[in-house]
Design a protein around this ligand. Structure first.
Ligand code: 1CP
Length: 358
C-alpha cells in the first residue's frame, strides 16, 4: 500500500506473498506496560483515556515505539457503542466494566436507537485521525468492534459474566426480543465501522469474545448470522474500498468453516485450536491470525521463544494456495505479562519467520 513504510500486515491480510510473518498482539496497549499505567493515572480513569484522542493516541503508540510491532490497534473498548446508546459505562477498579443502566425489560430494548457514529462516538473517530497522524505511515491502524452477540451479552448482563444467565434467558425465552436487540446493535456496529474506515482505520477486527459460550445451533443464529451482516455490509460498501475484516470467536474453533463462509478475510484463532489443522480446513480461503497461549507471556523469554516457534512451525511453510498467517496470541495479553517477554516474542517472530516464506 502506498504511503506505508511497513505494509507487511496489510499485504498478509490480502493473501499476498510476504517476506516474513507479521505480528501484532491483542491488548498490546495495556496494563502490563508501565508507561500505560502512567498515562492511565494521568487520565484519571479508563473512559477519560478512551475519550481523550491525544491520550488514546499516546497509549496506542506505546507498544509500537517500544517493540516495533507490525500493526497498531486503536486504543478504545468494545463497550463504547452501548455507552453511546445510553447504558452509561463505568469501569470499576478490580471488577471490570459495568453498566449503570443495563437492559432489563422489553421497554429498554424498544427505547434503543442507533448512535450517530460521528456525533455520539466522535471521540473514537477523532482518536483514529490523531493516531493516523502520529503513525505517519509507520504501520497500518486496526479499527475494531465487539460482535453483536458479545455486546448484547454485556448490555443484558450489565457487566462481565461467567454463565450468561440473563442473555441466554432472553435468547431461550424471548428469541424475538433477542433478535430485535441484536439487530439494532448490528446496525450500530455497521455504521460505527464504516465511520472508523472513513476516519482512517486500515483494517477491521470483530471481537466475538462470548460466541463460544453458545451451542452450535445458537452460535449460527445469534452470533454468526449478525457477523455475516457486518461482513456483507462492509464488503458491499464502496467507500470501504475492500478494507480487510477479521472475525475472532473465542472458543469458536469448531466453526471455522462457517466463519470463513461469511466472506471475511481472516480468522482469529484462540490457543485451543491446532493451527496446522485449521490451515488444512480453511487456510486456502482465509488468513489465520494467532494463536499462542497468552499465559506464556507471564513466564520466561525462553518459553516465549519456544512457544512462538511452535506456532510458526504449526502453520509451517507458506505455499501458493495458502492465504497466510499473522502472528498473534490466542487472546489478549494479560496485565501479568512481562514487557521483556513481549520484546522476545516480537524478535523471535520477526527474525525467525522468514524461513517459512521461502
Ligand atoms: O486500564 C484498565 O484498567 C482498563 C483495562 C482495559 C483495557 C486496556 C479495558 C477494560 N479495555 C481495554 C482496552 C481494549 N479493550 C482494547 C484496546 C486495544 C488493544 O488491544 O491494545 C481492545 C481491543 C479491547 C476490546 C475488548 N474490551 C474486548 C474484546 C477483546 C477481548 O479481550 O476479548 C472485551 C471483551 C472488552 C471488555 C472489557 N473492557 C475492559 C475489560 C477489563 C474488559 C473485559 C471484561 C470481561 O472480562 O468481561
Amino acid at each position: 500500500m502506498k504511503n506505508l513504510k511497513n505494509d507487511l500486515y496489510l499485504r498478509a491480510l490480502r493473501g499476498e506473498k510476504v517476506e516474513r510473518t507479521p505480528i501484532w498482539v491483542m491488548r498490546q496497549a495495556g496494563r502490563y506496560l508501565p508507561e500505560y499505567r502512567a498515562t492511565r493515572k494521568q487520565a484519571g480513569d479508563f473512559l477519560t483515556l478512551c475519550k481523550t484522542p491525544e491520550l488514546a493516541c499516546e497509549v496506542t503508540m506505546q507498544p509500537i515505539d517500544r517493540f516495533g510491532l507490525d500493526a497498531a490497534i486503536l486504543f478504545s473498548d468494545i463497550l463504547t457503542i452501548p455507552d453511546a446508546m445510553g447504558l452509561e459505562l463505568v469501569l470499576e477498579e478490580g471488577i471490570g466494566p459495568v453498566f449503570n443502566k443495563p437492559i432489563r425489560s422489553q421497554g429498554d430494548i424498544d427505547a434503543l436507537g442507533v448512535p450517530d457514529a460521528e456525533q455520539d462516538l466522535g471521540y473514537v473517530m477523532n482518536a483514529i485521525r490523531v493516531i493516523r497522524g502520529a503513525l505517519d505511515g509507520r504501520v497500518p491502524l486496526i479499527g475494531f468492534t465487539g460482535s453483536p452477540w458479545t455486546l448484547a451479552s454485556y448490555m443484558v448482563e450489565g457487566s462481565g459474566s461467567k454463565e450468561f444467565r440473563r442473555i441466554k434467558g432472553l435468547m431461550f425465552e424471548s428469541p424475538e426480543s433477542a433478535h430485535q436487540l441484536l439487530q439494532i446493535v448490528t446496525d450500530s456496529v455497521i455504521q460505527y465501522l464504516k465511520a472508523q474506515v472513513a476516519a482512517g482505520a486500515q483494517s477491521l477486527m470483530v471481537f466475538d469474545t462470548w460466541g463460544g459460550m453458545l451451542s452450535t445451533q445458537n452460535y449460527q443464529t445469534f452470533s454468526l448470522a449478525y457477523m455475516q451482516q457486518i461482513v456483507s455490509a462492509i464488503k458491499n460498501d464502496e467507500a470501504c474500498n475492500g478494507v480487510p475484516i477479521v472475525l475472532f470467536t473465542k472458543g469458536g474453533g469448531q466453526w471455522l468453516e462457517s466463519m470463513a463462509d461469511t466472506g471475511c478475510d481472516g480468522l482469529g484463532l484462540d490457543w485451543t485450536v491446532d493451527i496446522s489443522s485449521a490451515k488444512q480446513r480453511v487456510g486456502d480461503r482465509v488468513v489465520l491470525q494467532g494463536n499462542m497461549d497468552p499465559v506464556v507471556m507471564n513466564t520466561s523469554q525462553q518459553q516465549v521463544a519456544d512457544h512462538a516457534l511452535e506456532v510458526l512451525h504449526g502453520y509451517g511453510q507458506h505455499q501458493a494456495q495458502d492465504k497466510g498467517h499473522i502472528f498473534n496470541l490466542g487472546h489478549g495479553i494479560q496485565p501479568f505479562a512481562k514487557p521483556e517477554n513481549m520484546q522476545a516474542l516480537v524478535e523471535t517472530v520477526q527474525q525467525q519467520s522468514g524461513q517459512f516464506h521461502e
